[in-house]
Design a protein around this ligand. Sequence first.
Ligand code: ZN
Length: 477
Amino acid sequence: MINITHHGATSGVTGSCHELTLDFGSAPTSESSSAGILVDCGLFQGQEKGDGASASDLSVDFPIEHIRALVVTHVHIDHVGRIPYLLAAGFEGPIICSEPSAIMLPEILEDALKIGFTRDRALIERVLGLIRSRLVPVPYGQWHEVFAEPGASLSVRFQRAGHILGSAYVECDAVSGGERERVVFSGDLGAPHAPLLQEPASPERADRLVIESTYGDKNHESRETRRYRLKAILERALADGGTVLIPAFSIGRTQELLYEIEGLIHEFRNDSVAEGLVWDDLEIVVDSPLAAEFTGIYRKLKPFWNAEAADLVRQGRHPLSFEQLTVIDSHADHLNAVEYLARSHRPCVVLAGSGMCAGGRVVNYLKAMLGEARNDVLFVGYQAAGTPGRDILTYGPRGGWVELDGKRFDIRAKVHQAGGYSAHAGQSDLIRFIEGIPKKPSEIRIVHGDESAKLAFKQRLLEIHYPSVLIPNQEGI
Ligand SMILES: [Zn+2]
């Protein structure tokens, strides 16, 4: 028997954690009659946390004795944030991931540990040391054997997912008794033509496919359209001399935006971006130590960039470290920047985390800037239900308010959304990914999406005659 179980991301887009379990059949060779892997072990965010106490959201509440390895698709916190809790629950296996992910994972978890786990520096170092010792980086396109015993065997292979640097979908070759199956977990899939990243190619085979559906009900604009829309939004937003605040995720979106903004500055160098200001003089501020750190890591991982980005580097361009870019590091500098920008009428673009405004330095900017009409908030990523980001997006345009740190803030700043700047594939991209698999999967499971997105995506797949399309949780699995 080869079973897929879902421990998260079935009633929303966060907390990804799936299990693939193989029975040893009649010839058990180990203490347990089955063995398996977890694919991701992420944190829940926003209202997807549920109403339970936070400790129960975090602790790993399913059996793990038979879990031989954790396979990580990419290092976003909703896919890796519960790893410390998995270790605390007694998990002793390796953490298998792509090579860039192996470099980024300890960094992102260090930050997560500091915020949510403990302030004890020595304990953090111990946990990080443990995580580093468990990491098994595997190159893209190369099979890696997780276990092979008489009754069952399992190998995994990473392929580029085009979502963030190091992101992968996982192909699993599972053999249990007489059964042999290729199970594919999509992780998060990127849109084609994403800046910096190679786009994903469809799997050569997938008997069963577990696929995300963040944008299962929407299509994105093309790369060129969204690039010029970004330009138009920035020009309109900066015209009245305010700040454009972009809540951005530290890993992925920030680097993509910097890449696109560098491209706009290069192309429109001497054109006016605002009254008395040309693109070449536009100041871009990254105010997030984590985003700055990951921008540095992205710069070092150039061998994993796509051909277009590599070409720019050969031309002498620096897509992630251009001269108009200022990085704010210390907390004191951050507070000064918030105060200065809130008072000055100098047009400026600020990227600050967190992406859904649920914490991080963006909150101070929002408190200082939401009340003024000359400021603008530009959302470039998905806003989960229950996050301040979703509230600003929903109520901002109607002149509403948002609650930040327990206080109400009226929203007079203009609110924009550049939907095309998603690190996730749109519906047609997801369909293309599935249709590219030569033989139709006998089962497709839709996870990692809002209910409406999952239902719309399921409907679309049924229309084009996929035989078995399931939404776990809704259908008793
Ligand atoms: Zn992700």
